[in-house]
Write a protein that binds this ligand. Structure first.
Ligand code: IMP
Length: 182
């Protein structure tokens, strides 16, 4: 994968580098190896949480060395505000039948934790054989829940972050590295 592509034209001056593209890819290789070892021959279903989780899921599955299925779910996120309201709606339901199947939910970021708490309640009602959570980023100081995160890319401090799937009022998801806004 090229790490030479220059995106400075779409990086405003109040964006500051936090995690480089190279660091993200290196960490994904480690997470992929862990998932491969934990799910070898179990054919898990990876559920990407839209919109933010799409790039993480797309890259992560390419570091997994066993067969996986995938699906997407879309839940409402913050809209244009930067704080979770806690009122979450399903905007696109699952298509896959997860009953009796191992499932890994793939999130971009766990902030208040309310989204994954909602997903845990909702998905466990379908009786998967296992329900695990992968998140690229985690803000431990903001997490109000005690849900176990099984695969965490990076723990970060409480800053608003963008890029690599994460948006700033719907744009900047295409940035290859992660930046914080200050
Ligand atoms: P939570 O329910 O508060 O854990 O937040 C979950 C969702 O809020 C994430 O899946 C993101 O879509 C969004 N979010 C939380 N923090 C950030 C951030 O720093 N940048 C961009 N999106 C965020």
């Amino acid at each position: 994968m090229s790490i030479e592509f220059d995106q400075s034209a779409i990086v405003p001056s109040n964006y500051h580098p936090m995690i480089s593209e190279k660091k993200i890819q290196e960490r994904l290789e480690e997470l992929g190896a862990e998932i491969t070892a934990d799910f070898k021959d179990k054919r898990p279903i990876l559920i990407g949480v839209l919109n933010g989780g799409f790039i993480f899921l797309a890259d992560l599955i390419r570091y997994i060395n066993t067969d996986v299925e995938m699906d997407f779910i879309r839940i409402s996120s913050y809209g244009n505000a930067r704080e979770s309201s806690g009122h979450i709606k399903i905007l696109k339901p699952l298509s896959a039948d997860i009953k009796g199947r191992p499932v890994i939910v793939v999130e971009d970021i766990v902030d208040s934790g309310l989204s994954i708490q909602f997903l845990q309640n909702m998905l466990s009602a379908f009786s998967p054989s296992e329900l695990k959570f992968a998140t690229l980023l985690h803000k431990p100081s903001k997490n109000k829940t005690n849900i176990k995160l099984d695969y965490v890319g990076f723990e970060i401090e409480d800053k608003y972050v963008v890029g690599y799937g994460l948006d700033d009022e719907q744009v900047k998801r295409n940035l290859r590295s992660i930046y914080y806004i200050a």
